[in-house]
Ligand binder design. Structure first.
Ligand code: DX5
Ligand code: ZN
Length: 211
């Protein structure tokens, strides 16, 4: 079964608790939190305090995606706040030491790749990474169109023998999820397509059923 991780970037900032509870009640598997530093990406979003508060209402894993030039600077604070998974970008560097710190804190560690970054960049870390996040849009904003060129990279990672989670993020909708799953995807981050769906529960149930 493919895991569904709603991205709260698409939730209503004035009603974040309401929208997160709605997603949990609808049967999602993880809650995806996009952290942006206005350097690595041209946008700014979420702090460790958001994770700390979410932890109070989330019985499911909190999946933190650090789009930061220097993720090591706030890494411990996000871990102390209760992040279940922390994903750093390969392009930001220091991958091995950051993965080690995430594991030492007892969390699951992930490595993310921009659409243009080849799978080879992450291959040295496959043994230490619990998840690989293949960005299917240029990171920074929700509501963009999925880059189908990334599907080949997902297949390449799976065919390389990687047995951990492969997560995709950006532009995922119900009608392109099957293509991603058949190429090796196990976790789908979805923002706009989920939070704008009037019947999120039915949508998640259908997507859980995709063979
Ligand atoms: C973009 C973020 C994504 C984004 C997904 O940089 O990492 O998580 O919020 O939103 P949609 O599903 O609308 O593309
Ligand atoms: Zn994300």
């Amino acid at each position: 079964m493919i895991k569904i991780a709603p991205s709260i970037l698409a939730a209503d900032p004035l009603n974040l608790e309401r929208d997160v509870r709605r997603a949990i009640d609808a049967g999602c598997d993880w809650i995806h939190v996009d952290v942006m530093d206005a350097h690595f990406v041209p946008n700014l979003a979420y702090s460790p305090d958001t994770v700390r508060r979410l932890k109070e209402i989330c019985p499911i894993p909190i999946d933190v995606h650090l789009m930061m030039d220097n993720p090591g600077r706030l890494l411990d604070t996000f871990l102390e706040a209760g992040a279940s998974n922390v994903t750093i970008h390969a392009e930001a560097g220091n991958v091995s030491s950051l993965l080690r710190r995430i594991h030492q804190a007892g969390a699951a560690a992930g490595v993310a790749l921009r659409p243009g970054t080849p799978a080879d960049e992450v291959k040295p870390y496959l043994e230490d990474a619990d998840l690989i996040l293949a960005m299917t849009v240029e990171p920074g904003f929700g509501g963009q169109k999925l880059d189908e060129g990334v599907v080949r990279k997902i297949r390449e990672l799976r065919e390389s023998g990687y047995s951990g989670e492969i997560e995709a993020d950006g532009g995922i909708r119900e009608d392109n999820l099957h293509m991603l799953k058949e190429n090796g995807l196990t976790v789908a981050v979805m923002g706009t397509a989920l939070f704008r769906n009037e019947d999120m529960k039915a949508a998640i149930s259908r997507m859980h059923g995709i063979k």
